[in-house]
Ligand binder design. Sequence first.
Ligand code: NAD
Ligand code: IPM
Ligand code: MN
Length: 360
Amino acid sequence: MPKKIALLPGDGIGPEIMAEAVKVLEAVGKEFSREFTFQSLPIGGTAIDEFGDPLPPQTLQGLKESDAVLLAAVGGPKWDQNPGNLRPEAGLLRMRKELGVFANLRPVKAYEPLLHASTLKEEVLAEVDLLIVRELTGGIYFGDKSRKPHVSGEQATDTLVYTTEEIERIVRMAFVIARNRKKLLHSVDKANVLESSRLWRETVNQVAKDYPDVQCEHILVDNCAMQLIRNPRQFDVLVTENMFGDILSDEAAMLTGSIGMLPSASLGAQVGLYEPIHGSAPDIAGKGIANPLGIILSAAMMLRHSFGWEQEAAIIEQSVQEVLAKGARTADLAGPQDTKVSTSEMGDLIVQAIGCRIPS
Ligand code: NAD
Ligand code: IPM
Ligand code: MN
């Protein structure tokens, strides 16, 4: 049976990078005799323009009937003044909730050929290989929101809620992952201030009893943000709540040289969702210069996590390494020594590398 993949190109650079991910999946399919069917569905700003809804019912239906979902990015200045529920981002959040993907894995790997491309020092970055496990369907993103008149103008409220159950399931997943890596887990919170973080920390301590072989450390989020830049190699797996994970992962992306490099997998239910961590990059949209590696590596995560195709995933990852080692870079990473390539040229190079790795 061919795997049914729902494609959500979205807005801005979304369609440009999605085209490259599809090329790569087709190349892998050809080499390994795997069949895919692709269904492209509207989401975000383009869906608002066409259907007046950032997550139209037919999109949601299509996602639920698929074997896995690949999303590029949503959002842009055109929709920035829309009311909250009519913003592109609202469609993305609703989709994550509807799919039940509470665990967002964001691997951060410093590729050797890119060490010099970061704004940070090479010796700090060498061999960084960490994983941020971000809670994705709870916390302040999904709590009650309100606006009401106030003597000074208006009052706006966002509520941060977590239940023990929501914390426990993500933390348990992080422990299992940590057990299969270096057996080191940092739980990131703000327990010196937030009640929800105190519940988070207590729950982590309870769950930790079931994983005595994993070293578990608590770290406050402000210190963690600093330590990620000071000495990122001290970390292996980090687990944290929704908003802290969002912010820390953009920060950690710079350990790789560009936010365009980071993939993610959102798991926890039947259908997995795969997306790069970056946004729709309106400042470079339409120029053909966006880095497609984040979405290409997300496609690799899809093959591994949704279909259990380890070899197929690994070949994509090795091809990315190889192409980078040969000096090809999109504009976000290119230095004077490098060969600057466009979005589609980068996709072509990955496809070629895949072809060369498998003797036919
Ligand atoms: P962004 O990630 O889109 O861009 C930040 C900076 O990184 C920009 O300078 C951009 O050009 C650059 N960049 C991002 N991805 C790149 C890539 N693949 N290649 C090269 N450069 C890249 O963040 P932003 O500017 O804060 O947000 C823009 C829009 O995207 C907003 O509407 C935001 O809500 C949305 N957004 C969507 C997602 C998503 O769909 N998952 C994620 C983050 C932001
Ligand atoms: C991300 C994005 C989203 C988030 C936005 C667009 C809702 O920043 O996927 O990291 O905050 O989760
Ligand atoms: Mn983000």
